[in-house]
Design a protein around this ligand. Sequence first.
Ligand SMILES: [Zn+2]
Length: 338
Amino acid sequence: MTVRNHRQPTLSARQQRWFLATTLVVGVCAIGYLLLFLDRGNNGNAAAAAPGPRLDQIPFDGARAYGYLKQICALGRRPSGSEGMAAQRKLLKEHFEKLGATVEPQSFTAPDPLTGGPVPMANLIVHWKPERPDRILLCAHYDTLPFPMLDRYNPRGLFVGANDGASGVALLMELGNEMAQLECRYGIDFVFFDGEEYIFRETDRFFLGSEYFARAYRANPPADYRYRCAVLLDMIGDADLQIFQERNSVWWRDSRPLVLGIWATAARLGVREFIPRPKHQVNDDHLALHDIAGIPACDVIDFDYPAWHTQADTPERCSPLSLAKVGWVVREWLRTAQ
Ligand SMILES: [Zn+2]
C-alpha cells in the first residue's frame, strides 16, 4: 500500500474524491473482515467454553485417566534413556499385561545429539486380539523433552510433560481398562513411541521412534496382519481443550476420511472441543506412519497450549474432563469404525 501510494502521480480533485471513496470502502471491508475473523476466533473458544457434557455424564473414566497422568508425571523427567523412562516402561508393561495384552518392546539405539554416543531407546507395542489381520494403530509418544527449552525463565529446568507426553499415554492406559469389553471389528495395537523429542536444539532430529517403527513395518511387512489406519494422540489433556483438524492429516487423500470420521463422532456425541476445521500444520509422529509406512494417519492434537515446552506443562494445566472427552470420542469411533 505504501509503495503504491508513493508511486501515484499527482491526483486531480475528481481523482482525489474517487480515491477517498475507494479508501473508505476498502477500510470498511477490512474492518468488517477483521470483526468476522475475531468472531470466528471467539466461536472456537465459545465452542470449547459452551456447556457440553459434564464429567459424570461421560461414559469414559476421565478421573482415572487423570490419575494415571499424575502417576506418570510423578516419575519425573522421562527423556529417552533416562531412569524415569525406564520406570515408565516398566509401569506400562505391567499395566497392560495385567489387562491381558501382549506387550512387545521394539528396542533400538540412536546417537546422542550432544555426544554422539548411543542412547538405548524402545517403542512399546501393545497387542489386543493379535489374531485379527485387520488392525488399527493408536499411538502416543512417551518420552519427554530433556529440558523445557521454550521456558523464558528456566530453559534448563525440570520438564515433566503432563500434556506433551503423559496425556496420550494416560488416555491409552485408561482405554486399556475397556479393551476386553470393546466391540470393534478390528484388532487394535497401541504403540508408545520413544525418541519423539530427544532434542537439545531445534536442529536435532525428532521422531526417532516412529521412524524406526515405520521403517521396520515397511522393510518387513508383517505376514499375518496389516494396519488399516493410525490415530496419534498428542497433547490432548489441556484443560482448555480445542482440537482443530491437523492440516497434513486433512490434506492426505487416504487419511482425510479418517479425520472426518473422528470429528463426525465428536459432533454426534456433542463434544464441541473437536472443531471441524483445519488450523495448525504439525510435524509429528504421524508423518513417519503415513510417509514411510504408507498407513493412513490422523494426528489428534491440541496445539493451542501456551505451556508447550515450558516448566508450566504440569498436571494442573490438564483436566479429567478433557481426557474423558477425547477418550470417549476415540472409543466410540473405534466401536463404529468400518
Ligand atoms: Zn513436545
